[in-house]
Design a protein around this ligand. Structure first.
Ligand code: SF4
Ligand code: SF4
Length: 91
């Protein structure tokens, strides 16, 4: 696999014209805030996993085990959807 490109290496204006190239970019370095899960409060309902548009919630054995920060864009959907309010968006 090619080395993934960060935000400084994408074309000026952020235009990525070629389709199917998400794996080539570290889209996670575009974010301002990152989701942090309070594992003590999490009930592993997996709603954050279902709603994440970038498949960044990492699940193993039906439990949340982490966030793929290299590709998470910090949209905050996971935090807004979480029924236990155990995801905080932090700098
Ligand atoms: S939505 Fe909230 S409670 Fe459900 S798995 Fe995700 S972090 Fe845990
Ligand atoms: S902030 Fe957005 S991209 Fe990142 S894990 Fe949550 S829903 Fe996915």
């Amino acid at each position: 696999m090619n080395k993934q490109k960060g935000w400084k290496e994408i074309p000026i204006g952020g235009i990525i014209a070629k389709a199917g190239t998400a794996k080539e970019y570290k889209t996670g370095d575009w974010k301002i805030l990152k989701p942090v899960v309070d594992r003590d409060k999490c009930i592993h309902c997996l709603q954050c996993w279902m709603f994440c548009p970038d498949l960044c919630v990492i699940v193993k054995d039906e439990k949340i085990v982490g966030i793929d920060y290299e590709h998470c864009k910090g949209c905050g959907i996971c935090a807004s959807i979480c029924p236990k309010k155990c995801i905080k968006m932090e700098k």
